[in-house]
Design a binder for this molecule. Structure first.
Ligand code: SAH
Length: 512
């Protein structure tokens, strides 16, 4: 079966449920440039991923070759997803592919997608129809097939044939197109807009009138892919419908320095507010070199009175190791109490199926000790499965309180500098609005990646946000000016702090 699937316009959330189902069962995925790459994560790890879009400096694969490829994959008996930007049948040449497939006697199905001509405009605050403003809309190609001598598009009829005109692929010919529409009688004062990479975090919109939109687009240096719209509906954008570009962090480029596995929540929250997130995982989580201490602790799990988790990674690693031994959290003795250092860790524990007895009010090791001391710790056995290198204060304080503390390494965080060159370039060019640090270790790894001097210098040109005072103190130690600290030492607290940073105004002096 060959599925011709529309990927939607760019925001990976605008993909259909049916599209996800198809991707999950595909043996091969044939995709092009406008299909959001993030969607490929829905494919099976062993699926064959074939890119047929344009590569820099090279033309895209000719349509006949793509058709032939689909036929070949289909004949080999594979389940194929042909993933195309927007909707496959709206200027997507999906019809041609489907015709070749039927001619070859191969079965196919179409999964429509949200077309950019509707979605990019919706995200730019422009409804394609609107009571009283527009009762008709035309989707038009602004790109002429160069093999044809004459234009297929009848601009004369179109000019006043529909109230809203939506142009695909027209950026390069905007000047010609608008003068043709004007000479055919369309009012030169008609509002117009051009939206590049609509629905993505780097969406950009330029507005004007039919008469000056080409000039404004050229001035703004707006390049394809972009949708152009002509019609009175464009005016609604200025009446407050531009919700997407109004979000608190829209257009802000924010760096997340957490390990890849953990960047998720922070990145998602920032993106939800419109930020463009650059993940620079200064640390990668790996299994510990030596599992023996953890294995021994698991063997004597019955002897523990307390189990303390200090990170989501610690929980995951511990559960994973139990599973490795054919166990699960039922192996934790009933009388043992469970503590988690903060809400994210607590959630992870609860999701793994264990109740959390204690979470401190403040999410720091010191506060956790305070919370545990409500119970007498004298002679109690405490297990802390955590990172190999972590702050020693917690076990020390617990020992001082009379507990017997076992701290087996459950995972290791090792430095990583993937994406370093690109990040350095962005920082040098002042194209990063904020760098976030979620733990002292992320500061230390950042410094290790760039070197002490360069790290401080690169960060002096942007804003720095830290999750709490300890992380900020570590930054200070390396001469890094911190612009904001989270009020609550959580991911959401950090997100709030970043928002405040920008709400305070565009220009923030460093070192405040
Ligand atoms: N089948 C696609 C269109 C493919 S033609 C769809 O239904 O959306 C390619 C053109 O689509 C581009 O030149 C541009 O005009 C438009 N386009 C696709 N994705 C876009 C996006 N995210 N933002 C703005 N325009 C986009």
């Amino acid at each position: 079966m060959i599925y011709l699937v529309g990927s939607g316009p760019g925001d990976p959330g605008l993909f259909t449920v049916k599209g996800v189902e198809c991707l999950r069962k595909a043996d091969a995925v044939v995709y092009d440039r406008l299909a959001p790459e993030a969607l490929l994560a829905h494919a099976r790890p062993d699926a064959e991923l074939i890119y047929v879009g344009k590569k820099p400096g090279e033309p895209s694969m000719p349509q006949e070759e793509i058709n032939a490829l689909l036929v070949e994959l289909g004949r080999a008996g594979k389940t194929v997803v042909r993933l195309k930007g927007g909707d496959p049948y709206v200027f997507g040449r999906g019809g041609e592919e489907a015709l070749d497939l039927t001619r070859a006697g191969l079965p196919f199905e179409v999964v429509p997608g949200i077309t950019s001509g509707i979605a990019a405009l919706a995200y730019a605050g422009i409804p394609v129809t609107h009571r009283g403003l527009s009762t008709s809309v035309a989707f038009v190609t602004g790109h002429e097939d160069p093999t044809k001598g004459e234009s297929d598009v009848d601009w004369k009829k179109l000019a006043n044939g529909a109230e809203t005109l939506v142009l695909y692929m027209g950026v390069g010919r905007l000047a010609e197109i608008s003068s043709e529409l004007i000479s055919a009688g369309r009012d030169p004062e008609t509002p117009a807009a051009c939206v590049r990479w609509g629905t993505r975090s780097d969406q950009r919109t330029v507005t004007g009138t039919l008469e000056n939109i080409a000039e404004k687009v050229a001035e703004a240096n707006l390049k394809p892919p972009a949708i152009t719209v002509v019609g009175n509906v464009v005016a609604l954008r200025d009446e407050g419908l531009d919700w997407y570009e109004r979000r608190l962090l829209f257009g802000r480029r924010v760096v997340v320095t957490r390990a890849r596995a953990q960047a998720g929540e922070l990145s998602r929250e920032l993106e939800a507010l419109g930020a463009e997130v650059f993940e620079f995982p200064t640390i990668e989580i790996q299994p510990p070199k030596d599992f023996r201490p953890l294995d021994e602790a698991i063997r004597e799990l019955d002897s523990f009175d307390w189990i303390v988790f200090t990170s989501v990674n610690g929980v995951e690693a511990f559960v994973e190791r139990l599973r490795h031994h054919g166990l699960d959290l039922r192996a934790v003795p009933r009388r043992a109490k469970v503590a988690a250092i903060g809400p994210a860790t607590a959630r992870e524990v609860e999701e793994s199926g264990l109740r959390v007895d204690v979470t401190p009010e403040e999410y720091r090791a010191e506060a956790l000790i305070g919370a545990l001391e409500g119970d007498s710790l004298e002679g109690k056995r405490v297990l802390i499965p955590r990172a190999k290198v972590a702050r020693e204060i917690l076990p020390e304080k617990l020992r001082e309180a009379g507990a017997e503390v076992v701290v087996p390494p459950a995972y290791e965080s090792v430095p990583s500098s993937k994406g370093k060159t690109r990040l350095e370039e962005l920082l040098e060019n002042g194209e990063i609005d904020c760098v976030t640090f979620t733990a002292s270790s992320t500061v230390e790894n950042f410094v290790r990646a760039f070197g002490e001097e360069d790290a401080a210098r690169l960060l002096s040109g942007t804003r720095v946000a830290c999750i709490g005072p300890i992380t900020a103190e570590t930054a200070g130690k390396y001469g890094i000016g911190v612009d904001v600290e989270a009020g609550e030492y959580t991911i959401l607290g950090l997100v709030d702090a970043v928002v405040d940073l920008f709400a305070a105004g565009d220009v923030v002096e460093k070192g405040g």
